[in-house]
Write a protein that binds this ligand. Structure first.
Ligand code: NDP
Length: 399
């Protein structure tokens, strides 16, 4: 069917590449391009010999001319951006210049301010439309599958959804006192930021980790959950009919929070550069360098993740409650693709999103969030590519 250029060679990229190779009918050829060529070569070595032809390239994705040259050389049908959110805009610029479709899993964040919002990427809408190309934003799990779940609930079970609680539980244990399951810099920027929730047409800001509940997750059991700001709330607040309230919850263990508190208190999570022996360093980037590489957690992590959404609303004038979720086992993921479940639950939807655009099911000129497309073919693909979902019409609610 076609060719995909995959940018990034980290934990998520590794899963995307495995899954593209499992879907060789769509992905006939891929090019793995990242800053460190040896990581691309290592992934190629692991997967070469199957039906999907694999190439590699070195690229600095913050440099538009380099990206354009690579796209012109490889001639992909789509670019799958699984590098870091800082590179979203340069990659979108290169896609515009070469008229190639674009998919990512996280919205743009400027490197010097830990503030992620869609405004920068939504500003590309007219230009993508005029160029006749598609940008699919946020095709990971959250954002990503959570938006697909919302579109599916809206399409099949509700006239109006009034409230969404997004619940992200990771009950995995990697055995380290402190490590993050995806890029530490991005992860710590997210969890140390102020929380927020959407209510009655506006976002209400909260102090970091100040709102806590306990939720009894299917197959995982009771866990502490904390209210966070999360990017999909911004687009769901606009795209879900009748929506009045959206909250995002994530589990954290007391040990993770204690470590984070100490690191914060001593200034190690700061993104302000400091002078160290005549050199400028960013404390959070230094911390990333000493923490375990998330890609190395795979063999050590045991337990499950459970991510999903609880919807409350009305159908034919009657109240409806509906819970859609996926459970993923860290060790099963590792056996299948050599990665833990957090990379797996992001990489599978990134491949599926790209396949939706490449096969024409979701091909529409412009810049779109995932819930703006028909969820049914994506929901079907989740079941086929390793992220089966479950549903309940009488779930426990978050108070
Ligand atoms: P990693 O840090 O493991 O990988 C990032 C990769 O991007 C590395 O290979 C890195 O190269 C490469 N990279 C960084 N900067 C550049 C650059 N300037 N040019 C080219 N390549 C570059 O991160 P993850 O795989 O854990 O995460 C990837 C993305 O997925 C992130 O954007 C993250 O926010 C997102 N994500 C989304 C989730 C969701 O559910 N939606 C959940 C989890 C993650 P090098 O090896 O040289 O450092």
């Amino acid at each position: 069917m076609g060719k995909a250029l995959i940018i990034g060679a980290g934990g998520v990229a590794s899963v995307v590449i495995h899954k593209c190779c499992q879907n060789s009918g769509v992905f006939e050829e891929i090019c793995i391009a990242s800053r460190t060529l040896s990581k691309c070569e290592a992934l190629k070595k692991k997967l070469d010999g199957g039906r999907t032809k694999i190439r590699t390239a070195q690229v600095d994705a913050s440099h538009v001319p380099e990206l354009i040259a690579l796209i012109e050389r490889f001639q992909p049908d789509i670019v799958i951006n699984v590098a870091l959110p800082y590179q979203d805009l340069t990659i979108m610029d290169a896609c515009l210049a070469t008229k190639v479709d674009y998919v990512d899993t996280a919205n743009y964040e400027p490197e010097d301010t830990a503030k992620f919002e869609y405004k920068w990427q939504w500003a590309y809408r007219d230009r993508f439309k005029e160029a006749g190309i598609t940008a699919l934003l946020g095709s990971g799990f959250d954002p990503g599958v959570t938006g697909v779940f919302s579109a599916y609930a809206q399409k099949h079970y509700f006239d109006e959804i009034h409230a969404i609680d997004i619940l992200d539980a990771n009950a995995g244990d990697h055995g380290y006192p402190f490590a993050t399951n995806f890029n530490p810099e991005i992860n710590i920027r997210e969890v140390t930021a102020k929380g927020s929730y959407f209510e009655n047409g506006r976002f209400i800001e909260t102090e970091p980790m100040s709102i806590k509940r306990v939720y009894n997750f299917p197959q995982i059991g009771p866990k502490d959950i904390y209210l966070l700001h999360h990017e999909e709330m911004e687009s769901l607040a606009l795209n879900i009919k009748g929506i009045q309230k959206i909250r995002f919850w994530m589990t954290f263990s007391q040990s993770y929070l204690n470590h984070l508190q100490v690191l914060q208190n001593v200034g190690m999570t700061s993104i302000e550069p400091i002078d160290y022996e005549g050199q400028q360093i960013v404390p959070l980037q230094f911390l990333k360098a000493v923490l375990p590489d998330p890609a190395s957690l795979g063999p050590r992590t045991k337990g499950k993740t459970n991510i999903g959404c609880i919807f409350q609303g009305v159908k034919n004038g009657k109240p409806v409650t509906y819970y859609l979720y996926n459970i993923c086992d860290h060790q099963e993921c590792y056996r299948e693709v050599g990665s833990q479940a957090v990379s797996y639950t992001t990489g599978v939807p990134a491949m599926i999103g790209a396949a939706m655009v490449m096969t024409g099911k979701w091909k529409r000129p412009g810049v779109f969030n995932i819930e703006e497309f028909d969820p049914d073919p994506f929901m079907d693909a989740l079941n086929r590519f390793g992220l089966p979902w479950h549903e309940s019409f009488a779930p426990e609610l978050v108070d």
